[in-house]
Design a protein around this ligand. Sequence first.
Ligand SMILES: Cc1cc2nc3c(=O)[nH]c(=O)nc-3n(C[C@H](O)[C@H](O)[C@H](O)COP(=O)(O)OP(=O)(O)OC[C@H]3O[C@@H](n4cnc5c(N)ncnc54)[C@H](O)[C@@H]3O)c2cc1C
Length: 308
Amino acid sequence: MARYETRYDCLVVGGGPAGLSAAIYLGRFHLSVLVLDSGRSRAALIPKTRNLPGFPEGIAGTKLLNRMRRQAEAYGARIEDREVLAISSMPGGFTAETAAADFAANTILLATGVTNRRPPGMSDDLHDNALARGALRYCPVCDGFEITDKAVAIIGTGERGLNEAEFLRSYTSAVTLIAPDGAHDLDPASKARAAQSGIRLRRGPSLKFALLNNEIEITLPEGRVRFASVYPALGSETHSHLAAAIGAVVSNEGFLEVDTHQRTSVPGFYAAGDVVLGLNQISHAMGEAAVAATAIRNDLSQKSPRWR
Ligand SMILES: Cc1cc2nc3c(=O)[nH]c(=O)nc-3n(C[C@H](O)[C@H](O)[C@H](O)COP(=O)(O)OP(=O)(O)OC[C@H]3O[C@@H](n4cnc5c(N)ncnc54)[C@H](O)[C@@H]3O)c2cc1C
């Protein structure tokens, strides 16, 4: 028996920059919207973002999220701190199951993001402390500027690790690529690429991490090395399983496939933000959410006009 009271125009799963941007747009389209969020936005980990246009002094991720929440609620969005456990299709819409209640909606926007893989052997305390001080970073596009001319390490290998090291090389000449386990698995051509761009290769694993002032010291099998910042390049988990379970097409890398209006392969089911392959940036998440919300509005209007 159904346990839901209201059927929303749109249920947004995820309350990060993508989900909250969509909620602002949907509310302003006079649509009823519910946001369910499990409270683990990657944006909440940002001590201060400095590349978001319109914030010349930068803004902390948590502050940005709070402001976006307030803005969405001001236009009628309901936001609840709940994790969606499963989504099912029903005629003309969907239901979402949480621990305490079910919710129903005509459309769903999945904005569940990704979670970065953490460096093995780093305690949670040290991780959070290093992140807050800029000694640990996850996003060269976001904050490579902040390590200009400083010593930086990337924990990773293969094409992903080397690409990230090469990207950071345009900020600093002191770039070290540390293999997570033992020797690097780079082929001779990749090793030559690293040598050519002056990237130093070191064997892992990282046996110990320590914070010294605002720098990070890594103990490797060959000894201790100190860096201004370390970037893990170990990939991420993409939270697309709720959509995959109802048949939405997901790429081999786990990202949701969408059309130019952010529609997945399941009618009425949309996706935006990091859960879709893209730049993994706040501005990109916001842009995709605006496109998705407008498509949702237009697709719902096609079915039944929303005259005032
Ligand atoms: C350390 C760090 C620094 C960064 N710095 C910058 C920067 O300076 N500039 C920039 O543009 N970008 C930066 N980024 C990237 C930026 O944070 C992301 O691109 C952005 O947060 C993506 O937004 P999103 O809404 O797609 O996903 P997220 O912000 O990750 O939000 C996803 C939300 O969905 C929720 N969720 C997941 N599954 C469920 C479920 N089953 N039920 C309910 N809720 C669920 C999560 O709890 C989370 O709140 C940084 C990232 C990190 C980690």
